[in-house]
Design a protein around this ligand. Structure first.
Ligand code: CO
Ligand code: CO
Ligand code: CO
Length: 312
């Protein structure tokens, strides 16, 4: 039988599990790890940690404890590189105010790193992805394009300053965005990661029993991403997301293939997608801009139509 204290499980594809400890405290638990998307081991550690910590912020919580998960080929990866990955993760955990308290390492042919993170939230303040309401505006706090630009960077196709911007975006914690939304009547929140903007928006729409309309001309994009997408530098994951989501997504005739590719692009350590009443959205956006300069209102929540997502 289901434990009534499990406030959020895996049935709504939410960001993390949430378990009520008592009337004041709920525990948030999440785990995320993946192979390197950048060559620099210290940056990889930071990106992987920022990505894992993000799921706690997406539930409205504060990260408190973190544990390393590390897989690496000891004959191929130097000790310095391993330590650099761990240092990247530890630095991000510290920045988030979480304590790194251990972990587990195994031998593996392909390196992988991430964190298991525990956070806390008041049980009345849990932000699921399943309670968006008709009339809500949707805010996205980071620009899109990390999958496409990581692919371009790996192929040596990205100018150095665009690589730097990409790294800066992926290593930025969603902490400031989460802090900013505390003052508002947020109905639903999730973060944009491997399922892409449309995938995670679909989970929100489906969980909430709504349709989400996305405004193609208001999407914040990383510098250079439109050009790379037009040149066909699109990772396989974006095509898999498009394929999986095609039945429930309507894309307007004015939206270019490149732009829709960006909307299906798997993101690493992407921004928060926040659903809140339209009148409050402008004020939250104003509060977000100092720390999230590309944050934007990118869509709205409507009564459920025959598609979960309309991109136009
Ligand atoms: Co998530
Ligand atoms: Co996750
Ligand atoms: Co959430």
């Amino acid at each position: 039988m289901a434990d009534p204290n499990l406030l959020v499980g895996f049935d709504t594809s939410d960001d993390a599990a949430v378990y009520r400890v008592d009337e004041h405290t709920a525990l948030i638990q999440t785990v995320d790890f993946f192979p390197p998307m950048v060559d620099d081991p210290y940056l990889f550690g930071q990106v992987a940690a920022a990505n894992a910590l993000s799921d706690v912020y997406a539930m409205g919580g504060t990260p408190k404890l973190a544990m390393n998960l590390l897989c690496f080929p000891s004959d191929l990866l130097s000790k310095e590189d391993v330590l650099a990955i761990l240092r990247g993760g530890a630095d991000k955990a510290r920045e988030a105010g979480a304590v790194l308290c251990g972990g587990h390492t195994i031998e593996d042919r392909e390196p992988k790193y991430g964190l298991c993170v525990t956070g806390f939230v008041h049980p009345d303040r849990v932000l699921t992805n399943a309670a968006a309401q008709t009339g809500d505006a949707l805010i996205l706090t980071k620009p899109l394009g990390s999958g496409i630009l990581s692919t371009a960077a790996k192929a040596g196709l990205l100018p150095e300053h665009q690589v730097d911007l990409l790294m800066a975006t992926m290593t930025t914690l969603n902490a400031a965005a989460a802090k900013a939304m505390e003052k508002y009547t947020v109905h639903a929140c999730t973060d944009i990661t491997g399922f892409g903007l449309i995938g995670h928006a679909t989970e929100m729409a489906r969980g909430s029993g709504k349709t989400i309309r996305l405004f193609a001309d208001r999407l914040p994009l990383m510098e250079g991403v439109l050009q790379q997408a037009q040149d066909g530098i699109v990772p396989g994951g974006a095509y898999r997301n498009r394929e999986y989501l095609s039945r429930t997504t309507e894309i307007g005739p004015a939206v270019s293939t490149a732009l829709s590719d960006i909307c299906f692009d798997p993101q690493t350590s992407g921004g928060l997608l926040i659903s809140l009443p339209m009148p409050e959205a402008e004020r939250l956006l104003h509060d977000l801009l100092p720390n999230c300069p590309q944050a934007a209102i990118i869509g709205q929540v409507e009564e459920q139509l025959n598609k979960h997502i309309i991109l136009e």
